[in-house]
Design a protein around this ligand. Structure first.
Ligand SMILES: C[S@@+](CC[C@H](N)C(=O)[O-])C[C@H]1O[C@@H](n2cnc3c(N)ncnc32)[C@H](O)[C@@H]1O
Length: 431
């Protein structure tokens, strides 16, 4: 395959994003791209950059794996440059988002007719909004919530197992933040006190996103012409349902050990659809499936630091990680919040060591893995994330690792909880 940057999903020719520093770790570029723009995922990374990484592989055929698929960026990029791709995502809601995008429909007329039907039917539906949880009541004025409720009931009435219906569902998901007048832009947080200017009405926003989706579908090659790309609901620590020696390239971005809570990130959407009632339901519905990268995931009552540190998975970094975790255990006692960062750090590397072991099984020898990752400093204690992940990769059977920094973080001191300089970049693992 020639190394062209003129690709299927991203029609205009552009210089390789890999050459432009700092872009690989943000979703910003994707917001103007077909398919990617259907759902804004601020924890996502750049699709054009993933394409360049795939195209730069010399050994063919390339078979791409993303064990932390998120909104499906890597797999859409694989589709775009016509190589096989499998994404694994453990978050049940994000899995459905990625699947709706990657395994979308070729029957554009059926999707367009369903959109019309849903809107027509919705206008006649008697609405009932009292049952929505408090978060939803605070995020939408009554008239907006009534329209959203009509659309939701109408979408649910025509539910079926099909790519078209999955896209209808995604169309509704995609407008939920757009039509809220409160601050929902910061993906993880909903800020009911922060007002946005003139959000669009739900019916208008739904039609408008449906038009964008229809336009994008027309601009793409039929998805059935490339059935080698798919999204699986599963656990990166196991990579179940993937055969041994399958992947030649891994392009991924795991959660960082920085307390970002992926379960909380979709609380608005999952609350709207009745999948959780509140924050308390997130552990059972979402968090228990994920690698442990936030303190909420590791309450003291459930995790024994000594047991985790004694695990064979942590053997390659045991001395250093024990030191950091014990330091965090000491510092937390001096803090009001007493966050369990000591447990989070231990569990995070334990889980990521399992990921490397699973990747060693499903990757060919040799193969390449690229992790977009950043370091962290909970309570100001530095955690050398890239170095430890690299060492765990080598201990699981890969040959070597190298870190390519793309940007500094935490260099503007104002309002920061600590002053430890951090960075972000790509951890390349070979072998
Ligand atoms: C940084 S995001 C990936 C974003 C993705 N690169 C994109 O562009 O959309 C990390 C993802 O890993 C997922 N995740 C966390 N633990 C997981 C696990 N054990 N197995 C699979 N996915 C997991 C999270 O739900 C989240 O979607």
């Amino acid at each position: 395959m020639s190394k062209t940057y003129q690709t299927l999903l991203f029609p205009e020719t552009r210089p390789p994003a890999a050459l432009r520093d700092s872009t690989s770790s943000t979703f910003q570029e994707n917001l103007s791209l077909p398919v990617h723009r259907w759902f804004r995922f601020s924890a996502g990374f750049s699709a054009p950059w993933v394409e360049t990484v795939i195209l730069e592989q010399d050994d063919r055929p390339v078979q791409v794996l993303d064990p932390f698929a998120g909104s499906g960026t890597t797999i859409l990029a694989a589709e775009s440059v016509e190589v096989a791709g499998v994404g694994i995502e453990a978050h049940p809601f994000l899995f459905r988002v990625a699947k709706a995008k990657v395994e979308r429909t070729d029957d554009i007329d059926k999707y367009a007719n369903l959109v019309k039907h849903v809107i027509q039917r919705a206008t006649a539906i008697r609405t009932q909004t009292d049952h929505y949880p408090d978060l939803i009541q605070r995020c939408y004025p009554r008239d907006v919530l009534e329209d959203l409720d009509r659309l939701r009931r109408s979408v649910e009435e025509c539910r079926e197992e099909s790519g078209e219906w999955n896209l209808i569902w995604l169309t509704l998901v995609g407008i939920l933040r757009i039509v809220s007048p409160v601050g929902t832009a910061q993906w993880q947080y909903v800020l009911p006190k922060k007002q946005k200017k003139l959000p669009r009405s739900p019916f208008h926003a739904f039609s408008s996103l449906a038009q964008t989706i229809t336009k994008d579908l027309h601009s793409l090659k039929p998805v059935s012409s490339n059935s080698q790309c798919r999204i699986l609901q599963g656990d990166a620590r196991v990579c179940e349902n993937l055969p041994d020696n399958w992947a030649t390239l891994v392009v991924t971005s795991p959660p960082y050990p920085n307390n970002y809570d992926y379960a909380d990130a979709t609380r608005l959407e999952m609350s709207f659809f009745g999948e959780v009632r509140g924050w308390g339901d997130l552990q059972e519905a979402v968090r228990k499936h994920l690698v442990r990268s936030c303190a909420q995931h590791v309450p003291e009552s459930r995790v024994s630091l000594d047991e985790v540190l004694e695990s064979e998975f942590l053997e390659p970094i045991r001395t250093e990680i024990s030191h950091v975790c014990h330091e965090l255990a000491r510092i937390r006692l001096t803090k009001g919040g007493r966050k369990t960062y000591h447990l989070m750090v231990a569990c995070y590397f334990h889980d990521l060591a399992q990921v490397w072991a699973a990747l060693r099984r499903v990757c060919k020898s040799p193969s390449t893995a690229c992790f977009v990752i950043g370091d962290s400093a909970p309570y100001g204690v530095y955690v050398p994330v890239m170095e430890w992940l690299g060492r765990l990769a080598v201990a699981s059977g890969f040959r070597d690792y190298r870190f390519e920094k793309t940007r500094d973080r935490n260099v503007k001191w104002k309002n920061r909880k600590h002053r430890v300089p951090l960075c972000e970049g790509r951890l390349w693992v070979h072998g």
